[in-house]
Design a protein around this ligand. Sequence first.
Ligand SMILES: CC(C)(COP(=O)(O)OP(=O)(O)OC[C@H]1O[C@@H](n2cnc3c(N)ncnc32)[C@H](O)[C@@H]1OP(=O)(O)O)[C@@H](O)C(=O)NCCC(=O)NCCS
Length: 205
Amino acid sequence: METKKTEEEVEEIKEAVKLEASEIEYVSYGGEHHLPLIMALVDSELSEPYSIFTYRYFVYLWPQLSFLAFHRGKCVGTVVCKMGEHRNTFRGYIAMLVVIKPYRGRGIATELVTRSIQVMMESGCEEVTLEAEVTNKGALALYGRLGFVRAKRLFRYYLNGVDAFRLKLLFPSPLLHPSLATVADKDDGNWHNDHIPIEECSEVH
Ligand SMILES: CC(C)(COP(=O)(O)OP(=O)(O)OC[C@H]1O[C@@H](n2cnc3c(N)ncnc32)[C@H](O)[C@@H]1OP(=O)(O)O)[C@@H](O)C(=O)NCCC(=O)NCCS
């Protein structure tokens, strides 16, 4: 027998059903009016607290790497990133990724991340990294599907005491998701031979 649903659950289902008939619009960071939207989403869904200075650092310096997803004017997802030199490597970094619950499981996060990674590849990045909680099955599955491997385990990395996996995507990667492979194919000049062997990356100690 089906259990009684809470009002919140009903609302979520309604929104999810409405989504079938409509489209999600993806836009890159367009200015200060987008900042509260990004902050509201990240603050509500990620365990790590960030100050407004952290958000500004990312979106002011790399506006082209942050994207927002809208459904009928409502912001339903966002990704925030940066890129730069790191130990002789030019690399991209995914700082925040969130899709609100009623909109999950529809490829929105994949699309957001793919857009950022495409800009990173076109800008000459050799790799992309990020950290995810070791308990975050959804995020680990999503990034695994895109070709990211586990490079390191970081002990009690987050303020809540949870360990993190550092995930890494190397360009061009044989594991690349089809949506990224098209861009990598065009990018032959950026091939690098100093890749970490897959066994080293994926083994967690
Ligand atoms: C992680 C998150 C961004 C995924 O957003 P999403 O829009 O649902 O992701 P997608 O629909 O693009 O998922 C793509 C793939 O990732 C995997 N995946 C995503 N969420 C999953 C989950 N909860 N459990 C298992 N696999 C999951 C699946 O393989 C999925 O493909 P499939 O639907 O074809 O099976 C979203 O759940 C979220 O905002 N979580 C809270 C914040 C967070 O954890 N951010 C990541 C920090 S590193």
